[in-house]
Design a protein. Structure first.
Length: 142
Protein backbone atom coordinates (compact mmCIF):
# COMPACT_ATOMS: atom_id res chain seq x y z
CA UNK A 1 0.00 0.00 0.00
CA UNK A 2 2.98 2.34 -0.15
CA UNK A 3 3.53 2.79 -3.90
CA UNK A 4 0.80 4.85 -5.52
CA UNK A 5 1.03 4.53 -9.29
CA UNK A 6 -1.26 3.52 -12.12
CA UNK A 7 0.75 0.29 -12.32
CA UNK A 8 -0.12 -0.45 -8.68
CA UNK A 9 -3.83 0.10 -9.36
CA UNK A 10 -3.64 -2.22 -12.38
CA UNK A 11 -1.80 -4.86 -10.30
CA UNK A 12 -4.53 -4.74 -7.64
CA UNK A 13 -7.23 -5.05 -10.31
CA UNK A 14 -5.52 -8.10 -11.84
CA UNK A 15 -5.16 -9.72 -8.42
CA UNK A 16 -8.83 -9.12 -7.61
CA UNK A 17 -9.94 -10.64 -10.94
CA UNK A 18 -7.70 -13.66 -10.30
CA UNK A 19 -8.76 -14.31 -6.67
CA UNK A 20 -12.46 -13.36 -6.65
CA UNK A 21 -15.46 -14.28 -8.73
CA UNK A 22 -16.87 -10.74 -8.74
CA UNK A 23 -16.23 -7.19 -7.62
CA UNK A 24 -19.11 -5.49 -5.82
CA UNK A 25 -17.72 -2.01 -5.11
CA UNK A 26 -16.18 0.63 -7.35
CA UNK A 27 -13.90 3.47 -6.27
CA UNK A 28 -16.92 5.78 -6.51
CA UNK A 29 -19.07 3.59 -4.23
CA UNK A 30 -16.26 3.34 -1.65
CA UNK A 31 -15.94 7.14 -1.69
CA UNK A 32 -19.71 7.51 -1.18
CA UNK A 33 -19.52 5.13 1.78
CA UNK A 34 -16.58 7.01 3.34
CA UNK A 35 -18.22 10.41 2.74
CA UNK A 36 -21.31 9.15 4.56
CA UNK A 37 -19.23 7.88 7.49
CA UNK A 38 -17.34 11.17 7.67
CA UNK A 39 -20.59 13.09 8.16
CA UNK A 40 -22.21 10.79 10.72
CA UNK A 41 -22.08 12.00 14.29
CA UNK A 42 -20.15 8.96 15.53
CA UNK A 43 -16.82 10.24 16.92
CA UNK A 44 -16.02 6.86 18.46
CA UNK A 45 -17.02 4.93 15.33
CA UNK A 46 -14.83 1.95 14.48
CA UNK A 47 -14.52 -0.24 11.41
CA UNK A 48 -12.49 -3.36 10.67
CA UNK A 49 -10.89 -3.31 7.23
CA UNK A 50 -9.51 -6.30 5.32
CA UNK A 51 -7.18 -5.35 2.48
CA UNK A 52 -6.32 -7.61 -0.47
CA UNK A 53 -2.58 -7.48 0.13
CA UNK A 54 -2.48 -8.14 3.89
CA UNK A 55 -3.71 -11.19 5.81
CA UNK A 56 -4.64 -9.30 8.97
CA UNK A 57 -7.75 -7.22 9.59
CA UNK A 58 -7.08 -3.66 10.72
CA UNK A 59 -9.29 -1.79 13.17
CA UNK A 60 -9.50 1.95 12.53
CA UNK A 61 -11.74 4.90 13.33
CA UNK A 62 -14.25 6.29 10.86
CA UNK A 63 -12.56 8.70 8.42
CA UNK A 64 -13.03 12.44 8.61
CA UNK A 65 -13.86 14.69 5.63
CA UNK A 66 -10.15 15.31 4.87
CA UNK A 67 -9.76 11.59 4.09
CA UNK A 68 -11.46 12.30 0.76
CA UNK A 69 -8.87 14.86 -0.39
CA UNK A 70 -6.53 12.48 -2.29
CA UNK A 71 -7.17 11.74 -5.99
CA UNK A 72 -10.24 9.66 -6.81
CA UNK A 73 -8.89 6.07 -6.55
CA UNK A 74 -7.35 6.72 -3.11
CA UNK A 75 -8.43 7.42 0.44
CA UNK A 76 -6.27 8.82 3.24
CA UNK A 77 -6.89 6.61 6.25
CA UNK A 78 -5.04 5.84 9.46
CA UNK A 79 -2.31 3.92 7.61
CA UNK A 80 -1.77 6.58 4.94
CA UNK A 81 -3.21 6.76 1.43
CA UNK A 82 -4.72 3.48 0.34
CA UNK A 83 -6.11 2.31 -2.96
CA UNK A 84 -9.86 1.89 -2.64
CA UNK A 85 -9.81 -1.20 -4.85
CA UNK A 86 -7.47 -2.81 -2.27
CA UNK A 87 -10.36 -3.10 0.22
CA UNK A 88 -11.69 -6.66 0.33
CA UNK A 89 -14.36 -5.87 2.94
CA UNK A 90 -15.22 -3.58 5.85
CA UNK A 91 -16.97 -4.67 9.03
CA UNK A 92 -18.87 -2.34 11.34
CA UNK A 93 -19.09 -4.20 14.66
CA UNK A 94 -21.93 -3.82 17.18
CA UNK A 95 -19.23 -3.39 19.85
CA UNK A 96 -16.11 -1.30 19.13
CA UNK A 97 -13.02 -2.53 20.97
CA UNK A 98 -10.35 0.09 21.72
CA UNK A 99 -6.98 -0.95 23.19
CA UNK A 100 -5.83 0.89 26.30
CA UNK A 101 -2.41 1.32 27.86
CA UNK A 102 -0.90 -0.21 30.98
CA UNK A 103 -2.27 -3.70 30.43
CA UNK A 104 -5.85 -2.59 30.96
CA UNK A 105 -8.54 -4.55 29.13
CA UNK A 106 -9.82 -3.12 25.86
CA UNK A 107 -12.57 -0.52 26.19
CA UNK A 108 -15.84 -1.87 24.73
CA UNK A 109 -18.20 0.72 23.24
CA UNK A 110 -21.58 -0.14 21.66
CA UNK A 111 -22.01 1.23 18.13
CA UNK A 112 -25.35 2.23 16.66
CA UNK A 113 -25.36 0.62 13.22
CA UNK A 114 -28.84 1.82 12.20
CA UNK A 115 -27.56 5.24 10.97
CA UNK A 116 -24.99 3.48 8.76
CA UNK A 117 -27.65 1.16 7.29
CA UNK A 118 -30.13 4.00 6.74
CA UNK A 119 -27.60 6.27 5.02
CA UNK A 120 -26.30 3.49 2.76
CA UNK A 121 -29.83 2.48 1.75
CA UNK A 122 -30.58 6.11 0.93
CA UNK A 123 -27.46 6.34 -1.28
CA UNK A 124 -28.17 3.27 -3.38
CA UNK A 125 -27.36 -0.41 -3.56
CA UNK A 126 -24.46 -1.53 -1.39
CA UNK A 127 -23.44 -5.14 -0.76
CA UNK A 128 -24.48 -5.17 2.92
CA UNK A 129 -24.19 -8.50 4.71
CA UNK A 130 -25.54 -8.97 8.24
CA UNK A 131 -23.07 -10.89 10.44
CA UNK A 132 -23.24 -12.01 14.06
CA UNK A 133 -20.82 -9.19 14.96
CA UNK A 134 -22.45 -6.36 12.98
CA UNK A 135 -22.62 -5.50 9.29
CA UNK A 136 -20.13 -6.05 6.48
CA UNK A 137 -19.72 -4.22 3.19
CA UNK A 138 -18.13 -6.59 0.68
CA UNK A 139 -15.78 -5.23 -1.94
CA UNK A 140 -15.28 -8.63 -3.56
CA UNK A 141 -16.93 -12.04 -3.39
CA UNK A 142 -15.24 -15.40 -3.90
Amino acid sequence: MSVHTREMLDRLSRRARREFSCGLMSDTKWRKLFATLAHLDMPEGQMHVKFLDTPEVRAMPFPGPVALWPPHPYMDLQFGPIELRAIEWIDFPHIASTPRSRNLPDRKTPQALAPIRQNLKRLGQFPIVETEHGIRIEGYRR
